[in-house]
Design a binder for this molecule. Structure first.
Ligand SMILES: [Zn+2]
Length: 180
């Protein structure tokens, strides 16, 4: 079972993230840490494209890949680039509340209507588009998906620390997701 661990104080940061860029991210976002200046990227952040999320981090601090549900499966080259060329050794994956990549089927009709009205597509084409692609982007449960995605990335990049985090749109704070 995954458990959320709040960060209200520096000592709440899990030992494995203390004195790492993951810890810094938590301090910037939750504890209003004064910004340091950075010449090089310290980490990679993978987060949902959702407009309700905003991170409070200094310039140059991180690469950020935004993708529905923080699913980086289709962004592997960019992840490898950040590690290989950017030199990052830490990845934060951020899930959030009310993620719309959960139960995509519920928004199928809206998707089709919207593509017809806003993009100028035929409804048949929009329906086919949804049916062909939505299975690749449906995440089921945002936390379970994120934990699995973190495991996948750890296997793929064994020397990189991957931290699963959770963003609350209400508070704009990050929590740590701990798994057994
Ligand atoms: Zn989302």
């Amino acid at each position: 079972m995954a458990q959320l661990i709040d960060v209200k104080d520096k000592k709440d940061i899990l030992p494995q993230y203390q004195n790492t860029p993951i810890g810094l991210l938590l301090e910037y976002q939750n504890l209003n840490k004064t910004f340091c200046s950075y010449k090089n990227p310290q980490m990679l952040i993978g987060m949902c494209m959702d407009n309700r999320k905003n991170l409070w981090v200094p310039d140059n601090f991180a690469y950020i890949i935004r993708s529905g549900g923080a699913n980086l499966f289709y962004h592997e080259f960019q992840v490898s680039y950040a590690i290989g060329v950017g030199g990052v050794r830490h990845i934060a994956l951020i899930a959030h509340d009310n993620c719309e990549m959960v139960q995509l089927e519920d928004r199928k009709d809206k998707f089709i209507e919207g593509m017809a009205a806003n993009a100028g597509w035929e409804k048949d084409t929009a329906q086919m588009h949804f049916e062909n692609l939505s299975p690749f982007f449906e995440i089921g449960n945002s936390i379970d998906f994120l934990v699995a995605e973190a495991r996948r990335l750890r296997r793929r990049y064994p020397k990189v620390t991957v931290a699963p985090l959770y963003y609350s749109a209400k508070t704009s704070n990050l929590s740590q997701i701990e798994t057994e």
